[in-house]
Design a protein. Structure first.
Length: 76
């Protein structure tokens, strides 16, 4: 499974409508606050089977930026 697919599936699990998930949408625009982003990081760490730093993602990131950060190895 690709990083992008993992992120999309995790966002859907957080009740984000699939149609709203675009590369330009920020995590805040998708309804995630800072606590939800930390929970998202934990979910993705389990899905990707690797540790991710707590600051890997932040609410102001776009989906495209989040994918890039995850592909860099989880360092924001």
């Amino acid at each position: 499974m690709t990083t992008a697919t993992s992120l999309h599936q995790a966002l859907i699990a957080f009740q984000v409508p699939a149609a709203d998930i675009t590369d330009a949408a920020t995590l805040t625009e998708l309804g995630l606050d800072s606590l939800a982003v930390v929970e998202l990081i934990d979910t993705l760490a389990a899905e990707l089977d690797r540790p991710l730093a707590d600051d890997t993602l932040h609410p102001a990131m776009t989906v495209a930026e989040a994918i890039a950060a995850l592909e860099r190895g989880g360092t924001a």
